[in-house]
Structure formats: C-alpha cells, structure tokens
Design a protein around this ligand. Structure first.
Ligand SMILES: NC(=O)c1ccc[n+]([C@@H]2O[C@H](COP(=O)([O-])OP(=O)(O)OC[C@H]3O[C@@H](n4cnc5c(N)ncnc54)[C@H](OP(=O)(O)O)[C@@H]3O)[C@@H](O)[C@H]2O)c1
Length: 281
C-alpha cells in the first residue's frame, strides 16, 4: 500500500458504499472527515465503524478538506454538489448518474472529477472498480493506489466514467428487470410452471437468476429507481431507445418493499409487480 497522500478527504455521505470507501482510505492512513448534520443514525453508525472524523456540517467539511467525495443516491447528486458550492479542492462525484448529470455537477464545482463504481462495497481486493475521468482523475487514482478499491482512469473527459457505469448497469440491472417481468407475465397468465419447465430444458440458469433478481429488487430496488432513470436519460442523450430503462425503473419501484416476507422474496416481488402498486399483496 502506498504512503498516505497527506490530503484531507471529506465524504458526502457514509452510506453503504461511502462508508466502505472511507474505510479503505482510512486503512491507507488518510484523514477522512464527514458531516453528520442532517444525516440518519444509520449513517452515524457507519461513520463510527469506519472511524471517520465528524466535523459537523458541510461548510466545515468544505473548509477543511482538499478532496470531497460524493457517494449518495443518484437523485441527490446535484443537490449534494450544490450544498458544497465554493469548495476549492477536487470534487469527485462517484454516483450512478448520466454523463449529462455528471457535467451538471461539474458546472457547480471548480475542480471536478467524474467517477463510476462497479462492484460491491470494497471489503476485499479485486471486487470493485472506481472508474475515473477528468483533468485531475490521476490525482484521485493515486489516492486509492494500493487499496482494496481498484481505481482506473478512463479519460480526461468529465462524463466518461459515468458513461461506463451507465452502460454496465444498463445491462446488469436492466436485464434483471426484464427477467422479473418475463416470469411475472407467465405467472399472470397461469403458465409459470410451464415456463420453469422450459427454462430447465433450455435456459437452466434462469430460475435461480430470477429468484436472486427478486431478492435483490426487494432489498435494494428503491435505490435503483433513480439509477434506471439516469440510464434512460443517458440513452436519450446518445440517441438510443430509453424505454427499457424507464420500464426497469417502474419494475424496481413496484418490486421494492418492506422487510416482511424476505424469506420468500419471489412471492412478494412477483405479486407486487402484478399488483402494479408497489404494495404488498
Ligand atoms: N451499495 C452498492 O453496492 C453500490 C455499488 C455500486 C455503486 N454504488 C453507488 O454509490 C452511491 C451510494 O450508494 P449506497 O449504496 O452507499 O447508498 P446508501 O447506503 O443508501 O447511502 C446513501 C448515503 O447518502 C445519504 N443520502 C440519502 N439521501 C440523501 C439526500 N437526499 N441528500 C444527501 N444525502 C443523502 C445517506 O444518508 P442518510 O441515510 O443519513 O440520509 C447515506 O449516507 C450510489 O450512487 C450508488 O449507485 C453503490
């Protein structure tokens, strides 16, 4: 692992991914701060576990840090960048947003680096990549050198790293949503058993994949609605059809639910898809 950079890093905010990124930087010896004002007790707990220094509010973070890293739900990325306007260090937006949203964030910050994360929160080496683009992307890559997060510079163009994330998620989460509605259709028409038999013959992996997709949608689908809409916006910008991912947003909106019945996610998710309301039946 490389020597610490000596740059104070601020994290906006320690969610599941953000706290893990804070922890990999702490493990490298970096000073990592965060702002608890307005955040939930879950964020406080994650920040404490990652041993991040609480400086109170975003103004203090802006004044004390040389790098700010935004890791928040995609729909909040612009609002979070706006709250940090006036920051003079490097601002990394690592959220699942469209290239256009990334460029909107770039317009709010003096020194902007675009980022896109692929993989789970980095708790071991080799699982997770941070794609980076922008004039100062190499400086952010250097910050993560030797850590469990594999930082890779795509180009110097803001938006390029986000485009990688949009294309990647467009397939992984988009195709999972298509699988869910295909099985829901068979259930609606009373032929799910026949579809499962056919899958066993010709697509033997799809039964388990659809159950795994239902389980993920139930637990995390609410977070993916914004990401699917960002992907759809990216498609429009590139002159491609956006309907798949608008529909995927609707699938994840309907499928995501509360904590009950998690022992049978497929029942709950397929029922919610067919009910069309997102409410459990
Ligand atoms: N989790 C993953 O496996 C994963 C994988 C790849 C990429 N990512 C990307 O990482 C980003 C964050 O995901 P996550 O899983 O860490 O999400 P998360 O666990 O839901 O955490 C989001 C963090 O942002 C804060 N937040 C929520 N709404 C906000 C708002 N309106 N304004 C400001 N802050 C807000 C939350 O704080 P409070 O709860 O205190 O409000 C929390 O600290 C997303 O862009 C996602 O696409 C995540």
């Amino acid at each position: 692992m490389g020597e610490s950079s000596g740059m104070a890093v601020g994290l906006l905010h320690p969610g599941e991914m953000g706290a893990a990124i804070g922890a990999v930087l702490r493990a490298r010896g970096e000073v990592v701060m965060w702002a608890s004002a307005g955040r939930s007790s879950a964020s406080v707990e994650r920040a404490e576990r990652a041993v991040l220094e609480d400086v109170g509010d975003i103004e203090a973070l802006r004044d004390r840090c040389e790098v700010l890293i935004s890791v928040c739900p995609p729909h909040a990325a612009v609002e979070v960048a706006r709250a940090a306007v006036g920051f003079s260090g490097i601002y990394l937006d690592a959220n699942a947003v469209s290239p256009a949203t990334a460029r909107t964030v770039a317009g709010l910050q003096e020194r902007f680096v675009d980022g896109g994360i692929v993989g789970p929160p980095p708790r071991q080496a080799g699982t997770t990549r941070l794609y980076l683009s922008g004039a100062e992307a190499e400086q952010i890559a250097a910050l993560f050198a030797g850590t469990k997060l594999d930082a890779r510079v795509v180009s110097d163009a803001p938006g390029a790293a986000s485009a990688v994330k949009m294309a990647y998620g467009g397939w992984t989460k988009g195709s999972a949503a298509v699988l869910l509605v295909a099985r829901a259709l068979a259930r609606a028409e009373g032929v799910e058993g026949v579809l499962l038999q056919e899958w066993r013959i010709s697509q033997p992996e799809l039964d388990a994949r659809s159950i795994a997709a239902a389980s993920s949608a139930l637990e995390k689908g609410w977070r993916w609605v914004g990401e699917m809409n960002e992907i759809a916006d990216s498609m429009v910008e590139a002159g491609l059809p956006d309907g798949f991912h608008r529909a995927a947003a609707e699938v994840y909106r309907r499928a995501s639910g509360g904590s009950e019945a998690r022992n049978d996610p497929s029942q709950q998710v397929f029922a919610a898809l067919l009910a069309g309301t997102g409410k459990k039946s």
